[in-house]
Design a protein. Structure first.
Length: 338
């Protein structure tokens, strides 16, 4: 079953399912367009999704919801704009929002947090801009049941934050970690490995021809959450071999989404690297990650960059791997043999 987007000037960059509810993000190409926000669907009959409600985030300075996280059936955590949020810089238009969906017909915001200095009216100066300037704005907003009072928040050029969300109406910063500068920003995903006191953090490659190299998967010592320490990165081949076409570098990793239909591991990391394909790493020794698998398919027909651009990965409870091409290559389904 596939549904159509309401308008051509938008995309659904993120969706999650929990029980019989599916949450779908709507982000418009430009600010001020509609629909921008989040739609909830009843999927009790999977082949006939039925709209339950729409949470409107549209406004003069908003593009809506880029990413959302919905795993407990009660709250959607999302990176979103809002009609009442005016950023100090146009690239800083999305922030963390917590939406109560316990009554799915009437979703309501109960909390929000933004990087200080990114909203007009803040009492501190705006953050300095990075050379590539992708924005100090929220990206992934992961919350896990092992620590339901924490949000692991990637904030693009702002690095990443751990938030205390024990009081969802008043999220509070616990710590921040960034690698930029000297790196080139765009922190994408934060995945805690609770039993090992580790954390995985990814950057996203956003420039063709490796202009923003290096874009990496970082391993952090997170035993003390107020003092995050980088201890390793997952190795990649020489970027010069991949610099001729398209993007090369990290993007999404398998996020250990806390659902029974998802494979979970704190020993193996799977990540997508655009024209570097899909790569798997053994992090049993977190100080020396080792590559244990790689899949780089040929360029799909009519690929606009002339190369594969794998940019997302998911592994189900059967250890079946699903990875997708950013443009025209579609879906690849693989089986793990390690």
């Amino acid at each position: 079953m596939q549904t159509d987007l309401p308008q051509a000037h938008m995309r659904s960059n993120s969706l999650e399912t929990c029980g019989n509810i599916m949450a779908v993000a709507y982000q418009t190409q430009k600010k001020g367009l509609q629909p921008a926000g989040m739609e909830l669907f009843d999927i009790s009959v999977p082949e006939k999704p039925r709209s339950i409600s729409f949470f409107d985030c549209s406004g003069a300075t908003s593009r809506g919801v880029h990413q959302l996280w919905f795993c407990d059936g009660e709250y959607v955590h999302c990176a979103s704009g809002a009609p009442d949020f005016t950023p100090t810089h146009p690239n800083d238009d999305q922030f963390y929002r917590c939406i109560d969906v316990r009554n799915p017909s009437k979703p309501v915001e109960i909390g929000r947090w933004w990087m200080p200095g990114t909203r007009q009216g803040d009492n501190i100066a705006p953050p300095p801009r990075h050379p590539l300037d992708k924005g100090h704005r929220a990206h992934n907003t992961n919350v896990y049941p092992q620590r339901g009072d924490r949000c692991y928040l990637a904030y693009i050029d702002g690095g990443m934050f751990i938030l205390d969300i024990s009081d969802k109406a008043n999220p509070k910063r616990i710590s921040q970690w960034t690698n930029s500068p000297p790196y080139t920003g765009f922190m994408h995903t934060v995945v805690p490995l609770f039993d090992r006191g580790l954390m995985l953090v990814t950057d996203e490659s956003t420039e063709n021809n490796a202009k923003d190299w290096p874009k990496l998967i970082w391993v952090l010592d997170a035993r003390e959450e107020t003092n995050l320490v980088p201890i390793a990165t997952c190795p990649l081949p020489d970027h010069k071999a991949f610099a001729a076409k398209g993007r090369f570098g990290a993007h999404n990793i398998h996020e250990n989404v806390p659902l029974p239909t998802v494979w979970h591991s704190d020993q193996i990391v799977l990540g997508t690297f655009f024209n570097g394909g899909l790569r798997a790493y053994d992090i049993s020794n977190p100080y020396q990650p080792q590559q244990v698998g790689v899949f780089v398919p040929p360029a799909p027909p009519m690929a606009p960059t002339g190369t594969i651009q794998l940019n997302d990965v998911f592994v189900d409870e059967r250890e079946i791997v699903y990875t997708v091409d950013r443009h025209v290559g579609g879906l690849y389904i693989l089986e793990m043999d390690f």
